[in-house]
Ligand binder design. Structure first.
Ligand SMILES: Cc1cc2nc3c(=O)[nH]c(=O)nc-3n(C[C@H](O)[C@H](O)[C@H](O)COP(=O)(O)OP(=O)(O)OC[C@H]3O[C@@H](n4cnc5c(N)ncnc54)[C@H](O)[C@@H]3O)c2cc1C
Length: 457
């Protein structure tokens, strides 16, 4: 296996000087799990300019048994793009071309390295919308969103990223390029390899470009913020709102610990607030207003505050604040071990209370927030990330949390994926036969384990 200067010389031959980044640039050592102390040192960092260069690098690495860790924006919460020993990092950040944009056909084909925010801006400027909205949109990339099938607040109405992908172009382990799906809205010619690549966490191939579906941007959105003193009352209201058949575009929650951490809330909250719900409806102005009024009626039962922000500035401030919750929670102790379990919506109250109880059992402060309408919680244990013993306790707490999620009929990962973090727990949720079917797919597409070793399976 080629290492050190020789490895760099070989890669430079394939991607040029601009296509190599210094290995001591710590940006490429970590993802959003950094505050849990997870990092790795790459053998090299390549930043190809196009799919042809990706293909050349992959073919060379495959021939020389050099493992590859694909990297998007590095915002993942599962350690998926963190380099494993001896791996090179292959980052897509230089590949940001918009290949085709047909606003009248509601479709776009972009390079995988385009950021979520750039894509959403482009769609918006043309009266369209790309609904998937995972946080950290200025950094996360379309390729990373597809590789993790990322969700976000609006997945409630619009589904996760995969629902908007019509096709992908990818490089397989041999260096060969494939096109799955394409620019048509319906296509069942052969196996659905687009869906196979979706959520594959960089273990089956490198996504270089994607055909995406867009929709006309909704005319308006309206929001209601509802506060409760008792989380159980708030969770029951959420379940009733979902059960009533109301089509909300987002239905988010924060528990008391998360509200306290993200203290700069843009409105004044009653001091007794122990649970907060943000509900959004979109559509025509009349539709959005009617839906949010109805939601306010259902969610308002037993609430201590029902507030409808009216101005655009208020709404922007609210969503900006919501985007900052994860960072604010990290800031409390300098670190956090944060999860993304999901449970049926009618078990949300048990998951919220269970998170705090598990934290207490391990002598850790705990809180949760997340996508209430999807039953998806960011259950979080607050730690000082320099304290190894605390981190160890938090990992044991996470293990208990996964058991809780499964007992409640849920999943150990609703949106961040398995990566390195949850690899040891996948067999609690998936049967040996199911895992073997997954491994058979991995063996078929990447028999030598070139892509993202030590991740997912
Ligand atoms: C503040 C914050 C809020 C977040 N909110 C949400 C949320 O609401 N919903 C949600 O689902 N997630 C959320 N996330 C997690 C993260 O944003 C998403 O998982 C995001 O989609 C990851 O994209 P990325 O480009 O940063 O991928 P990375 O972190 O770079 O990579 C993630 C995985 O995808 C693989 N990968 C990346 N690019 C490619 C490619 N081109 N081809 C093949 N494999 C690739 C990597 O190997 C890795 O396994 C949040 C993260 C942060 C920091």
């Amino acid at each position: 296996v080629t290492r050190g200067a020789a490895l760099h010389d070989e890669l430079r031959r394939l991607v040029g000087d601009r296509g190599l980044a210094p290995v001591d640039d710590r940006r490429f050592w970590v993802d959003a799990t950094e505050s849990q102390g997870i990092e790795g040192t790459p053998a090299a960092v390549v930043l190809p300019a196009d799919a042809e260069q990706v293909s050349a690098v992959v073919a060379w690495c495959h021939q020389h048994a050099v493992p590859i860790v694909p990297r998007g924006g590095g915002t993942g919460f599962a350690g998926g793009c963190v380099p494993t020993r001896g791996s090179i990092v292959l980052g897509l950040e230089r590949m940001r071309i918009v290949h085709t944009f047909d606003p009248h056909l509601w479709r776009i084909k972009v390079d995988a390295g385009l950021t979520t925010a750039e894509l959403r801006r482009l769609a918006r400027e043309n009266g369209l919308s790309f609904p998937p909205d995972p946080g950290a949109a200025e950094q996360s990339q379309i390729g990373g969103n597809i590789a993790t099938d990322a969700g976000g607040p609006h997945a409630l109405k619009y589904g996760t990223t995969g629902a908007w992908v019509m096709g992908v172009e990818a490089v397989l382990a041999s260096g060969e390029r494939i096109a799955a799906g394409g620019g048509v809205r319906k296509d069942v010619a052969g196996y659905d390899l687009t869906s196979l690549m979706t959520g594959s966490e960089g273990t089956l191939g490198i996504i270089c470009a994607a055909w995406l579906r867009l929709i006309p941007a909704p005319e308006a959105s309206r929001v209601v913020v509802v506060a409760y003193d008792d989380p159980a009352v708030g969770c029951a209201a959420v379940a009733e709102a979902i059960g009533s058949g109301l089509v909300l575009s987002a239905l988010e929650f924060l528990d008391r610990g998360a509200i306290t951490a993200a203290a700069s809330f843009p409105f004044t909250l009653p001091t007794e607030t122990g649970f907060l719900v943000i509900a959004e409806a979109d559509g025509s102005v009349a539709e959005a207003e009617a839906t949010v009024d109805e939601a306010a009626g259902i969610l308002g039962k037993g609430a201590v505050l029902v507030h409808q922000p009216t101005t655009g500035a208020e709404l922007t401030a609210l969503w900006r604040w919501r985007d900052g919750v994860s960072g604010a929670v990290t800031a409390v102790r300098g670190g956090k071990v944060s999860d993304d379990i999901a449970v049926p919506v009618d078990r949300l109250a048990e998951a919220v209370a269970g998170t705090v109880a598990i934290g207490a059992e391990h002598c850790l402060e705990a809180c949760s927030w997340g996508h209430a309408g999807d039953g998806n919680l960011h259950s979080t244990f607050l730690v000082d990330s320099r304290d190894k013993e605390q981190l160890e306790r938090a990992r044991r707490a996470s293990s208990d949390l996964y058991d809780l999620a499964l007992r409640l009929g849920g999943t150990i990962s609703g949106e961040h994926g398995i990566g390195t973090l949850k690899r040891a727990y996948l067999d609690r949720q998936r049967s040996p036969q199911t895992l073997e079917a997954m491994r058979a797919i991995k063996r078929a597409l990447d028999p030598d384990g070139t892509f993202n070793p030590g991740k997912s399976l």
